[in-house]
Design a protein around this ligand. Structure first.
Ligand code: BGC
Length: 429
């Protein structure tokens, strides 16, 4: 059963369950908007607070329904349960092709009026606006563009280990790992959770196969690519990279691993630029306290991850003019410059509208915006598989399982992993 059918079965049980009410709002509130998201690390929470404050300034009540768990798998489970019980939130962090699945079930509402009044069609690139639309109608609002293929380094730790610059090739990455290890540091901070394993895996696919191979593997699911010799090379390199990963990283959250690089216990982390939110929250400066470089071998490509808030049809008991206005206010505020600047500076991402002044951003933000535009021209803006942008959640889950099983098996055979990947993807489609 594919993800759409699975979701449909879950949702069709919806009428069997009772509704629950919003938490009590202050007497002078114009309406309440409840938002499900997974921005719970220190830096992420600081970023989402920006939206909350702006909504409150407009006289509405923000009901925060944060579900901890990087990558969002736990939040998605909660969201499905909420939909099953006929009690969806007003808005939820849903991304990429998944937006279409929720909309096809008739669960999302359109925010065309807000979009029209605020000229979203002219503000957003077509790739972004198409993702936010179902059947020609806006059902979600994008808030940012994250780049996934980054490597974060601590220059002070590098210096102590005798490394003069961040690695740009896989060979340099392994050489840096050896030096860091020899100097007593954790070479690579990494939390062994499926989405983190697959974030590194997709970087490795891009590094070894290039943008065309990446598309063949993760968008076309081309069997030859999935089972070919380059995929064996990818898994062989993944095993090698694993030998540099934090031995205490099993099951660790990404932000706790980021803290090890920030605190000088580890030298590097492979992570999307939400990692920068932790550096920023710790008061650290790009270019001096930390450096960001594309994952070695992926220079010129940009794996993107666009966070967006999908808008739900409100359950009858909550479907009041005030609550609908609160929902529309989130849609409106999310694309306004004030929010886009402050939220994205805190979040580590870049604005999703292209007309803002990037000189307000740090060197990593500026590099990201420049690389995004260049990758657009060269055909190497690539949707992140690990962050729900490239495939259905069912196919993504199948890939996660193969990658994580491979990483947890000391004797796993890189030559067999590609075949397992191909058949797992086929079964999930
Ligand atoms: C989301 C980011 C979030 C990260 C870690 C990604 O999938 O797009 O907004 O910061 O997961 O939780």
């Amino acid at each position: 059963m594919n993800s759409f059918n699975r979701l449909a079965v879950v949702i069709s049980l919806a009428t069997l369950f009772p509704l629950s009410a919003y938490a009590a709002a202050p007497a002078d509130s114009k309406g309440t908007v409840e938002v499900v998201h997974w921005w719970t690390s220190g830096g992420e929470a600081k970023a989402v607070e920006v939206l909350k404050k702006l909504i409150e300034k407009d006289g509405y009540t923000w009901q925060d329904s944060a579900v901890a768990g990087g990558g969002g798998a736990a939040a998605m489970t909660v969201l499905k349960t909420r939909a099953v019980s006929g009690n969806p939130p007003s808005a939820a962090q849903i991304k990429g092709p998944d937006i279409q699945d929720w909309a096809a079930l008739g669960l999302l509402t359109n925010v065309d009026e807000v979009a029209k009044a605020n000229k979203w069609d002219t503000l957003l690139s077509k790739t972004v606006s198409d993702t936010m639309k179902y059947d020609g109608h806006y059902v979600a609002v994008p808030v940012n563009i994250h780049r996934v293929n980054w490597l974060w380094t601590n220059p002070e730790v590098f210096k102590k280990a005798g490394i003069d610059k961040p690695p740009t090739t896989l060979e340099e990455l392994y050489a840096a790992g050896d030096k860091l290890k020899a100097a007593g540091f954790i070479p690579l901070a990494h939390g062994g959770q499926p989405w983190q394993d697959s974030t590194v895996f997709e970087d490795m696919v891009l590094s070894i196969m290039g943008p065309e191979g990446y598309k063949k593997a993760f968008i076309e699911h081309d069997e030859k690519t999935l089972t070919g010799p380059q995929m064996t090379e990818v898994f062989t390199n993944l095993k090698k990279l694993q030998s540099y990963m934090d031995p205490d990283g099993t099951g660790q959250d990404w932000n706790l691993e980021a803290a090890k690089v920030i605190n000088g216990k580890a030298g590097m982390q492979i992570m999307g630029d939400w990692a920068k939110s932790e550096w920023a929250a710790a008061g650290k400066k790009a270019g001096t306290d930390f450096e960001c470089v594309p994952f070695p071998g992926t220079q010129g490509s940009f794996t993107y991850n666009i966070d967006s808030l999908a808008m739900f049809k409100l359950a009858k008991a909550k479907d009041t003019a005030g609550n609908r206005a609160a929902q529309n206010d989130v849609a409106k505020v999310a694309l306004e410059p004030e929010f886009q600047y402050v939220f994205n500076q805190n979040k580590g991402s870049i604005p999703v509208r292209g007309d803002l002044d990037m000189s307000k951003f740090d060197s990593c933000g500026q590099a990201s915006a420049k690389d995004f535009a260049a990758a657009g021209k060269s055909g190497s803006q690539l949707p992140s598989m690990a962050h729900n942008m490239a495939t259905s959640l069912a196919v993504q889950g199948a890939i996660f399982d193969v990658v994580t099983n491979f990483m947890s098996d000391k004797n796993a055979d890189p030559a067999k992993a590609g075949k397992q990947l191909a058949s797992a993807i086929k079964a999930a489609q």
